[in-house]
Ligand binder design. Structure first.
Ligand code: NAP
Ligand code: MG
Length: 734
């Protein structure tokens, strides 16, 4: 079957709720131009079900849509609108499995401690679903993220609230500085294609950790490790210092994206926090299957029946500095769930709030922000110091930081690759090529976290070319965020500098380490000027939350284009995630504060891409009208409100449909489209009061969509499309 013209992804949580209302509108409008809009299911629930066909009845089975999309993005026709999906932590995965089982899907339990071969096999299948399992498959291109002009202008005209920064703030960023991934990194560029194995030489012989990894010629291959002993000493030291300083303690990791390394580091922090308990009751905790990696929440659940241990935990907690809270009302701390506090969202929120985090007393306090690895911690450290010295940023006058990120073909997927290991015994880790060369080696101890990541040549060259094109198009100050003193970055510069020289544009670019680049970028936007941050994959992720949250109050409204290397287009809807808190609010009071502006921006780009790729003039008319509608939403303040009883996501979709129809009716490039949409625009305007009334009447009571991870389509549609009048107009046959 031929692919639809546009593929819209079926995802999780808030964006999936929003799709139930928005997608019928998109399909109706696209149909007028004979453009088909299909869906592919990349939700966590869908991905789980696709992994266990043998456990399901024929009508319950679904194909592996993620694998299909992974092929589609390698074709020039690809045109995919990608919404945010859950990058599952273990607690989320377990919850999704339980829900599906409850709905009658006979999938196996998640084996926490797999013993039999069958359990190990089940666990291996579930493990492929953990963390960032989707984006690396779809991102067959590099990333271009920026605030659309209309969005930036709106933010300047309507500046959001920013917390005050003062010079005496005790908030600071703490990182190891030695014995971490940054300091132990080694890197090399492969002259020829190679296959590699990773082995551990130890007292008992040689253990093969991974075999048969193949790299094309020109790949940059890194290896590094974090010392577990150094990490523990650092964590203990920072807990003690925090207590002395009288601030909150917080840990900021990316346990979703860096799905192997970061839960382990998180587990070290839980164990350091409860060190006296682990010292005294270590064996007992082991028997109970408590590791710390799943967080304090799971730990407390598992030991809840052990009153002696619970009392010991209470005593330690009382002695520790106050923890930064995820939800002080519910007693959920920073250390409860590894995926609750995610560095790229948590650090900008704290910085925007003037360096304040929420404490157990429900009040804001200065906070020590622990970011163990020093590779990117300087970005946050420098930002904190900059605002301490200069005061908060003024969003009314600040310029913008755009981003060009290297990410194609799993470039720099630190800590998530199947080449990250918790070292089982003291020894030497060696990375050995098929010709016998030892490419990298490290002396390690049991418990150290060792990882290798790779970056291919073609994506690097494509990224530099994109940077040259964007610099030329904008004339903005353009900075490669690369640190000559860091092993990996030095190898990348081995590509970057010759390309810039060969194209005669070296004088148009600056090259700076992350700390210096952060300062230069903050200075530039403070002056009201703009800059392009040309970064690797992790900084792409971090910066496209940090700067948008400071400039626009949210990263959800970013234009996020992936120029696929084979010619297709992948249009991501903003840089934010799937906003679980929004789902809770919908369930409690039927108000959805999710803002679909990211979807509107991506949709406009998708139509325009279709127009260019297929020389489809109607697609261009639709795309231009989407842009006008998006502008209308901003200019007329039709974005969702946060409070129940006020307009929400569904209202914004009504206005989007109306402005879109009005723009189509008003344009003169395509008379047939104008003729078709004039009566729709009129009907939407005439029935405004009725529609808004019906949407408002739906709010204020609990809403049931038949599931959290796997909604019931009919119930979901009933909740998200409560206006019969609007549905009548949208669903009417042309
Ligand atoms: P998040 O979903 O971005 O949510 C953090 C907060 O950002 C939300 O609570 C909300 O603030 C605000 N927000 C984000 N998108 C919004 C939108 N469209 N409209 C209005 N507000 C928006 O980040 P998270 O809690 O760290 O991550 C949640 C899940 O998303 C995780 O499973 C994560 O792995 C996944 N994720 C996926 C992607 C992706 O697929 N590209 C990217 C990032 C994260 P308020 O609550 O104040 O309204
Ligand atoms: Mg991010």
């Amino acid at each position: 079957m031929a692919n639809p013209d546009i593929i819209y992804t079926k995802v999780d949580e808030a964006p999936e709720l929003a799709s139930a209302s928005l997608l019928p509108i998109i399909r109706r409008f696209a149909a007028a131009a004979d453009i088909s809009v299909g869906t592919k299911d990349i939700s966590l629930a869908g991905r789980i079900l696709a992994k266990f066909p043998e456990a399901l009845s024929a009508d319950q089975r679904i194909d592996d849509h993620l694998a299909e999309l992974g092929e589609t993005v390698k074709t020039p026709e690809a045109n995919v609108v990608k919404l945010p999906n859950i990058s599952a932590s273990v607690p989320q995965l377990v919850a999704a499995i339980r829900e599906l089982q409850g709905q009658g899907y006979a999938i196996p339990d998640y084996p926490e401690n797999p013993a039999t071969d069958a359990e190990k096999e089940t666990r291996a299948r579930y493990d492929t679903l953990k963390g960032s399992a989707v984006n690396p498959v779809l991102r067959e291109g590099n990333s271009d993220r920026r605030a659309a002009t209309a969005v930036k202008k709106f933010a300047q005209d309507n500046p959001h609230r920013m917390g005050d920064w003062t010079a005496d703030s005790k908030t600071r960023v703490a990182s190891m500085g030695k014995n971490d991934f940054r300091s132990n990194e080694v890197s090399a560029t492969l002259a020829k294609a190679a296959t590699a194995k990773i082995v551990l030489d130890h007292a008992g012989g040689e253990t093969v950790l991974k075999d048969g990894i193949s790299y094309p010629a020109g790949t940059v291959v890194d290896a590094t490790f974090m010392s577990a002993k150094a990490l523990d000493a650092f964590l203990m030291d920072e807990i003690n210092k925090t207590k002395a300083e009288g601030t909150l303690f917080s840990l900021h990791m990316k346990a979703t994206m860096m799905k192997v390394s970061d839960p382990i580091i998180f587990g070290h922090a839980v164990k350091a926090w409860l060190a006296p308990v682990f010292e005294k009751y270590g064996d007992k905790l082991n028997d109970l299957g408590v590791s710390g990696n799943a967080g304090l929440g799971t730990l407390l659940e598992k030991v809840s029946g052990e009153s002696e241990i619970m009392a010991a935990i209470d005593a330690v907690m009382a002695d520790r500095p106050p923890l930064y809270m995820v939800d002080s009302d519910k007693g959920i701390t920073n250390l409860h769930v590894p995926s609750d506090v995610i560095i790229d969202a948590s650090m900008p929120a704290l910085i925007r709030a003037g360096g304040k985090g929420w404490g157990p007393d429900g009040k804001e306090h200065d906070t020590v922000c622990v970011i163990p690895d020093d590779s990117y911690a300087p970005v946050y450290d420098e930002t904190v110091e900059f605002f301490k010295a200069n005061g908060k940023l003024n969003p009314a006058t600040a310029g913008t930081v755009q981003n060009l990120g290297l990410m194609a073909q799993k470039a720099e997927e630190y800590g998530s690759h199947p080449t990250t290991f918790e070292i089982p015994a003291d020894g030497t880790v060696k990375m050995i090529l098929d010709d016998g060369t030892v490419l990298h080696q490290h002396t390690v101890e049991k418990g150290d976290i060792w990882r290798s990541a790779s970056t291919r040549k073609a994506p690097i060259e494509d990224w530099v070319d994109l940077a040259i094109a964007r610099q030329k198009a904008t004339g903005f100050r353009s900075i490669f965020w690369l640190d000559e003193t860091r092993a990996h970055d030095a190898e990348l510069l081995g590509y970057v500098k010759p390309i810039l020289d060969a194209k005669g544009v070296a004088d148009k670019f600056e090259i700076m380490a992350p700390r210096e680049a952060t300062r230069a970028s903050l200075e530039t936007i403070t002056k009201g000027e703009n800059t392009i941050a040309i970064t690797g994959n992790v900084l792409r992720d971090y910066l496209t939350d940090l700067f948008p949250i400071l400039e626009l109050a949210t990263s959800a409204k970013m234009l996020s284009i992936v120029k696929l290397m084979q010619g297709g287009g992948l249009f991501e809807t903003g840089a934010g995630g799937s906003a679980p808190k929004h789902v809770q609010q919908l369930q409690a009071e039927n108000h959805l504060r999710w803002d679909s502006l990211g979807e509107f921006c991506a949709l406009g780009e998708s139509f325009k891409f279709l127009a260019d790729a297929q020389d489809n003039a109607k697609a261009r008319v639709l795309g231009d009208a989407v842009e006008a509608a998006t502008q209308g939403i901003l200019d007329n303040d039709r974005s969702p409100s946060r409070k129940v009883g006020e307009p929400d996501n569904r209202d914004s979709h009504y206005w989007f449909a109306r402005y879109w129809a009005e723009a189509l009716a008003a344009q003169t490039d395509d008379a047939a489209l104008a003729g078709e949409f004039a009566p729709i625009a009129a009907a939407l305007a005439e029935n405004e009061a009725a529609i808004i009334g019906e949407l408002a009447a739906a709010q204020g009571k609990p809403a049931d969509t038949g599931g959290y991870y796997n909604n019931d389509p009919a119930k979901l549609s009933a909740v998200m499309r409560p206006s019969a009048t609007l549905n009548g107009i949208i669903d009417a046959q042309a």
